[in-house]
Design a protein around this ligand. Structure first.
Ligand code: ADP
Length: 285
């Protein structure tokens, strides 16, 4: 089953498998969305997805949240990626999650971004999470239903990498307003984008755009940008699917240094400024 799901292209028109989505005309079977905690208020929910781990999905999630917070919006991150403690690490977050009797209280970053992460629940962040897919998906659903998200305009969900069972369950159970696809020039961008677009179409969720990360390298000595990975296909792929390229973020040693120190909120770049403008416009039009 897991193998079948991981090879799913989310394109029923070219697939011979007999599965519930196919019976439903290429749409995912309807599953009732989980209800938000009664004390929560969340206006827009954006899923950040990637084809695999290590491409910078978490860093993009963190930077987008910092960007929206600087614009004065109530901002939150729901970290559903259990493959590593990237989100708590980026913001230097540690501490116990407590409940006030009505629900769980997320941790606040220094500038006031609300964060809830599976990784904050682990006693030892270096130990791998050996939970199976349904447990991960169940925990993420609980973060939606049991956490008090107070006055949030933009919530970013750092999705588990890939387009398999766990992200699919999250897509089905949380009312997402859009997804952002993070790719790198070294990947098979067209295949990743195709899978993500098909998955989003199955759920009737718009794709807000693509962020190309590790898009060249900014030399710390001369400050120039070098295309060390050669020609990027992101513009052609985006055109093919009628998507916006929200940003091209270079490999930037300043970024990794900020992440290592847990101070991503002090970033000084404008890599995501126009992408955040586009997201704001699309979600409020
Ligand atoms: P993912 O969430 O896709 O697994 P991460 O966001 O955790 O990936 O990034 C993996 C590693 O690569 C992190 O250590 C991060 O600091 C580093 N990294 C990602 N993007 C950049 C970038 N543009 N510049 C510098 N370092 C980066």
């Amino acid at each position: 089953m897991a193998e079948k799901e991981s090879s799913c292209t989310h394109d029923c028109s070219t697939c011979g498998a007999d599965c519930p989505s196919k019976a439903n005309g290429g749409k995912a079977p309807e599953i009732e969305k989980e209800a938000l905690n009664q004390f929560s208020s969340v206006k827009h929910v954006i899923g950040v997805v990637s084809g695999k781990g290590g491409v910078g999905k978490s860093i993009v999630t963190s930077m987008l949240a910092v960007n929206m917070k600087r614009r004065g919006f109530g901002t939150a991150i729901l970290d559903a990626d259990v493959t590593g403690p990237s989100i708590p690490k980026s913001f230097g977050l540690k501490g116990d999650i407590i409940s006030d009797g009505n629900g769980l209280i997320p941790l606040k970053t220094k500038t006031g971004i609300d964060v809830m992460s599976v990784n904050l629940l682990l006693e030892d962040e270096t130990r791998p999470v050996v939970w199976r897919g349904p447990v991960i998906a169940g925990t993420v659903k609980q973060f939606w239903t049991d956490v008090i998200w107070d006055d949030i305009d933009y919530m970013f969900i750092d999705m588990p990498p890939g387009t398999g069972d766990v992200p699919l369950t999250i897509f089905q159970s949380i009312p997402l307003d859009g997804i952002i696809i993070v790719t790198t020039p070294q990947e098979l961008v067209s295949m990743i984008v195709k899978k993500a677009v098909n998955m989003a179409n199955m759920m009737n969720i718009p794709v807000l755009g693509i962020v190309e990360n590790m898009s060249g390298f900014v030399c710390p000595d001369c400050g120039n940008r070098h295309d060390i990975f050669g020609h990027s296909s992101v513009d052609e792929v985006a055109k093919q699917y009628n998507l916006d390229v929200l940003a091209k973020i270079p490999l930037d040693p300043k970024l990794s240094a900020l992440i290592d120190k847990g101070i991503i909120e002090l970033m000084e770049n404008d890599y995501l400024d126009s992408g955040a403008d586009t997201i704001e416009k699309k979600l409020n039009s």
